[in-house]
Write a protein that binds this ligand. Structure first.
Ligand code: FE
Ligand code: CA
Length: 508
């Protein structure tokens, strides 16, 4: 069957439009399965959600096109209220373009608020897996209690993605991914898996690396279970970069080549994530900071702490650095900081949740050294934001963090140097999915004497599961004992609640 005939058949099938019309061809068909990267959904609003897939029958091909021909392909999509697609509520056909590496971002609209749905795709006569998704509550209503899991840092070589699998089994309503979704490095020997290709530099490299990660069945399960909200950190481009400044010079790149690399990384990120078209890259940048309302229950303020930050003060790493305290330093850029504070002033919801990347609370180590890549390297910016939410009487500010491959729970203090200073907010830090390998059973908070507001630590891999209601936000720190072997069970290491109107952690 030629491409032309097949396409006619597919579009004809959709024109027939019965609920069961979206049938795949019999097994053994000549066309290789195009949905090897799975399906995803994201950016839930009250009446719409983004549906994502990318066609790639040979995901690891070096050209980044996943074995697809230089031609556009029609992709049918369906949304139903049941897993068997007996009651369709939305459907259509979208074009997967060669220029977009055959990725599609469907904004499925006309949905009911605070409702669960199932979706699937068909292309080249074959059906995708079925994904589950949901919408946010209507404006002005709290909706149901929200189960939200958040995660970060999934190094493909350093461990299996068991934690993603366990997260999927918890069946959250919503997943937040706070960055290091993938790593740019070339392959390293002696680990459980191997990156395909050298360190990612070109668009083809990033597309292929995204494809390799997306072939992981545990990651696919986590995408298929719930809509995601994603914000990248550094490794989606390169380790610890700050705006246009690189943290290392390997491989050697001219300024123009570095800009081209960053542009390619952002483009591949957009292509491979369930983002709205509003987040598509523009020029060398990508507009990622955004607000996602969840009725009157929660507002998610998703921050971008890489693209607009000042360079790390005194260089990267743990330093004693007076320059890190300079008044004008910024982590988010002025425009994003103003946007954040304006959004916090609205008081639209019980919980104001800041989804961001790097450690927010003060954390001092030997001799007063601090992490220059985290908010300790941008102390004035942290102070402006904390004071900003206090000035605006923000009821329940909760900061969510990834990046550091360990779990933490922190009280945020008006003045970190003052032992009796007020607790003004809460920070929950998820550990990594796999980065760093198995970790240890250690739960002693490092340097706690110097940082009494840091209340919990774990060196295990896992994720954080939150249950968000009108009177309290509960956080369960979930962990797996091993990621260098398949199949570990997850356990809850520790739970806290944050009570409405009372900043800081309550131990359970
Ligand atoms: Fe990481
Ligand atoms: Ca990172």
């Amino acid at each position: 069957m030629t491409m032309l005939h097949r396409r006619t058949f597919i579009l004809g099938g959709v024109a027939g439009a019965g609920a069961l019309a979206l049938t795949g061809r019999a097994a053994g068909a000549a066309t290789p399965f195009p949905f090897k990267l799975g399906v995803a959904s994201g950016e839930p609003a009250a009446t719409s959600v983004v549906l994502w897939t990318r066609l790639a029958p040979s995901p690891l091909n070096a050209d980044g096109h996943g074995g697809m021909p230089d031609a556009d392909v029609a992709v049918d999509w369906q949304v139903a209220t049941d897993q068997r697609f007996g009651s369709l509520v939305a459907s259509g056909t979208v074009t997967a373009r060669y220029a977009d590496a055959h990725s599609v971002h469907v904004v499925a609209g006309g949905l009911a608020p605070d409702a669960e749905y199932y979706y699937r795709f068909r292309a080249q006569g074959q059906l995708s897996a079925v994904g589950r998704t949901r919408t946010a509550p209507a404006a002005g209503t709290p909706g149901r209690e929200l189960t939200m899991a958040f995660a970060s840092c999934a190094h493909y070589e350093q461990g299996y993605f068991t934690a993603y699998r366990r997260m999927a089994e918890d069946r959250p309503d919503l997943v937040l991914h706070l960055g290091d979704y993938l790593y740019e490095y070339g392959p390293k020997a002696g680990l459980v898996r191997r990156h395909v290709g050298a360190e990612t530099v070109t668009l083809a490299d990033y597309r292929r690396r995204h494809a390799q990660y997306k072939t992981d069945p545990d990651l696919q399960a986590a995408h298929a279970v719930a809509p995601w909200l994603v914000v990248p950190d550094d490794h989606e481009v390169e380790n610890n970069y700050a705006t246009l400044v690189r943290a290392d010079s390997t491989p050697a790149l001219t300024a123009a080549q570095w800009t081209a690399r960053r542009t390619a990384a952002y483009r591949a990120y957009y292509e491979n994530m369930p983002l709205r078209p509003a987040q598509a890259p523009v020029g060398a940048g990508i507009p990622l900071h955004r607000r996602v309302p969840w009725g009157t229950l929660a507002t998610f303020h998703l921050l971008d702490t890489r693209q607009f930050r000042d360079d790390q003060a005194c260089g990267d790493g743990w330093k004693v650095c007076a320059a890190a305290g300079t008044a004008g330093r910024t982590m988010t850029g002025t425009a994003q900081e103003t946007w954040l504070l304006d959004g916090l002033a609205r008081q639209d919801a019980t919980w104001d949740i800041l989804g961001q990347q790097v450690f927010f609370a003060q954390q001092l180590r030997t001799g007063g050294t601090a992490n220059m890549d985290a908010w300790d390297g941008y102390r004035a910016a942290r102070g402006r934001i904390q004071q900003g939410w206090r000035d605006r009487n923000v009821r329940n500010p909760v900061v969510l963090t990834g990046d550091i491959h360990s779990a933490w729970a922190n009280d945020l203090k008006a003045d970190y140097a003052g032992a009796s200073s007020a607790v003004v907010g809460t920070e929950l830090v998820c550990t990594s999915i796999s980065s760093g390998g198995d970790g240890t059973a250690d739960t002693a908070v490092p340097y706690q004497a110097a940082n009494p507001h840091l209340r919990f630590f774990s060196d295990r891999r896992g994720y954080t599961l939150t249950t968000i209601g009108r009177t309290e936000l509960r956080a369960d720190f979930r962990a797996v004992p091993v990621v260098t072997e398949h199949g570990a069970a997850a356990t809850t290491l520790k739970s806290f609640v944050v009570l409405d109107g009372r900043p800081g952690l309550q131990e359970l």
